[in-house]
Design a protein around this ligand. Sequence first.
Ligand code: ATR
Length: 286
Amino acid sequence: MADSRETAQPAAFVTGWPIKHSRSPIIHRYWLKQYGLAGSYEPVAVAEQDFANFIESLKDGTSGFRGGNVTIPHKEAAFRLADCPDDLAEEIGATNTLWVEDGRIHATNTDGYGFATNLDDFHPGWDRAGRAVILGAGGASRAVIQAVRDRGIGEIHVVNRTFSRAQELADRFGAKVHAHALPALSEVMAGAGLFINTTSLGMDGEDSAIIDFSGLRTGALVTDIVYVPLETPILRQAREQGFATADGLGMLLHQAAPGFEKWFGRRPVVDERLRAMIVDDIQAAP
Ligand code: ATR
């Protein structure tokens, strides 16, 4: 932090608890180097009880940071403490991207943008799915529901183990969003053109979640926001049943771009080399 004040270079952070597994520093440092920009991006571990102080130091300028990313478990607290959350953050009730302007903390949520832009890259036309099924109703599900709805998909079915959480999201995101408990999964999958897993099922290769995708419409896309492993058991099953798949890594890469532009002044491009670097990092230390 001191470095950034002494040299007056723009400095940004990613904060969470723990934070050492975050891949955001690799992404932002890659872009700083690629574009020859002066600036820094550093991980800052902040425990929950210290988070309000961290935000205060951002606001009063003593931290030296221009802004940064926020990850688990601080996304909701950062939203509550921000002075100016935008409409996206407001609806989700959580933020992953902060920046300071005139001593006020601005907040947005770029996870939905990351989700949609990744699919635009690899599966253009994904938003003509007609009916989408979203498995899970946790924090990560909210940005996905928002993105899918805002891209005009007319019928969105949120299926969750705990029905009340799915209902809460249906209430929050409007009439196009319908809530279901798990037993309804195969019924709502019938004829859907898009299936999104937002649960932790299949993380770290856990093989407990085999879903039958055969009811999806021909040409449907199955995607997972989990990216460790890159091909989750859910994606493998979908591929073996003949469906197109998209892994979760692109969402991570694209959600980073708007923040980088805010702090460092240039819109970065997600390219193959960056993706390959993160893939290597995941393979070295999943
Ligand atoms: P995140 O912020 O990553 O979305 P979360 O808020 O803890 O994390 O939500 C995790 C999601 O995965 C929830 O939808 C959860 O279902 P519940 O709301 O019923 O807890 C879902 N989930 C986790 N483990 C699951 C399992 N073994 N079977 C089905 N759903 C599971």
